[in-house]
Design a protein around this ligand. Structure first.
Ligand code: DSN
Length: 418
């Protein structure tokens, strides 16, 4: 059948181009990471050939003994790692996982309460463009204007007024620890299910460096490729009393057949996350974000881009570009000139609308995987401050040299040829 470079030289060249791009940038996109070779090997394996609709021991297809063993292993590893009663490892993504959970726990038209995407939540919890906003009566809470922290008074007020079936906690751009216990109190008061959306912080939770949501949430959803740094896809944890509902909502409710190759890669991801080096990497990730976030916070008089909430407890932080009278797209362009990648988010009370809005989100998970130590994060913090303080200054060439020196110090995927 031949190798990719022979069958499809164009795609082969583009994959190598992407490898060269990833090698040549300082990637601070908070949702990205570098999957280990073992994960890539499983994800690119012949397991991709297999159909296995259903669950281990209860499939619609023949010949599922091996994939049953793989999926059972992934489930057991997930339960052990997170201390959960039940795990479903089939969701194709975090957004799919949220959709399946809604499908399981609420009927179309029921009210749900999500964390506003513009305030750090996620569209799949409430937005009109998604399953959540289209089929449910979605209400959203946000953060307080004065300190950027979750407005629990508003959560309580909305929960009491709307009596939602489901309350989501967690999202895409919230830089502080989440008090899942407080969310659970509110959920109990109004008879709602609490769903912890761990898409971003799953890796930190697995390492025990973020307060554990599992004792409080009826259900947790997550991705495996962000801070967890592994297979591309989602996962759901839940109480055993909800296991059947959740499983049926994932398949056949929300998805077709599972992806056995991805489930195998999820199993590898979970094995690595239980290993001895993992916690150290997660601690370095959070320390790196706190270091750079803290430096940028103290330099806000120079950059005119305050750090939301004054810093971070997790792997990401966000800058408000509006006091600088710059859009996030302009700020990203200034960073791109150095080879630094970040991404744009709407922030609470943003005076601008996407894509030209005012939130610059930066994260450290991928850089910690590359091997960045505290001194490297400090050097990157100095580069960011210089660039954002004086984007039209004469320091561009020097800053680019410093950025590329950092980048070259931590090569990735040396096993692959460009
Ligand atoms: N959830 C998005 C992010 O945080 O980047 C990706 O879907």
């Amino acid at each position: 059948m031949g190798e990719l470079s022979q069958i499809d030289p164009v795609i082969s060249r583009l994959i190598r181009a992407e490898l060269a791009r990833e090698r040549g940038v300082i990637d601070m996109v908070a949702s990205e990471n570098i999957a280990p070779l073992g994960v890539l090997e499983a994800q690119g394996s012949i397991l991709s050939n297999k159909y296995a609709d259903g669950y281990p021991g209860d499939r619609l297809f023949d010949g599922c003994d091996v994939v049953d063993e793989i999926e059972t292993l992934a489930i057991d590893r997930a339960k052990d790692l997170f201390g959960a009663e039940h795990a479903n490892v089939q969701p194709y993504s975090g957004a799919n996982a949220n959709a399946a959970v809604l499908f399981a726990l609420a009927n179309p038209g029921d009210t749900i309460l999500g964390f506003d995407f513009a305030h750090g939540g996620h569209p799949s919890q409430h937005d009109a463009t998604t399953f959540a906003g289209r089929f449910y009566t979605a209400v959203a809470y946000g953060v307080r204007r004065e300190d950027g922290l979750i407005d629990f008074e508003q959560v309580e007020m909305l929960a009491r007024a709307h009596r939602p079936k489901v309350i989501f906690a967690g999202g895409s751009c919230y830089p502080r620890r989440i008090d899942f216990g407080r969310f659970r109190q509110i959920a109990d008061e109004v008879g709602a299910f609490l769903v912890a959306d761990l898409a971003h912080i799953a890796g930190l939770v697995a390492a025990g460096i973020h307060p554990d949501p599992v004792p409080f949430a009826h259900v947790c959803t997550m991705t495996m490729h962000k801070t967890l740094g592994g297979a591309r896809g989602g996962m759901i944890l839940c109480l055993s009393e909800l296991a059947d509902q959740i499983d049926r909502a994932v398949f056949p409710g929300d998805q077709g057949g599972p992806l056995p190759h991805v489930i195998a890669a999820k199993a590898v991801t979970l094995l690595l996350a239980a290993g001895p080096e993992y916690r150290e990497r997660m601690e370095r990730t959070v320390r790196g974000a706190a270091l750079i976030g803290g430096m940028l916070h103290r330099a806000a008089d120079e950059t005119h881009m305050p750090v939301l909430t004054g810093g971070t407890d997790v792997h990401l932080f966000a800058l408000d570009t509006s006091p600088r009278k710059a859009t996030v797209q302009q700020a990203l362009t200034w960073l791109h000139h150095l080879g630094i990648m970040g991404d744009s988010v709407t922030i609470a009370y943003d005076p601008l609308a996407p894509p030209d809005c005012s939130g610059l989100r930066l994260g450290t998970a991928l850089l910690a995987t590359r091997g960045f130590q505290d001194e490297d994060f400090r050097e990157l913090g100095e580069i960011l401050i210089s660039r954002l303080s004086d984007p039209r200054g004469s320091t561009l060439a020097t800053l680019r040299e410093r950025t590329m020196a950092l980048c070259n110090r931590f090569p990735i995927y040396r096993e692959f040829e460009v």
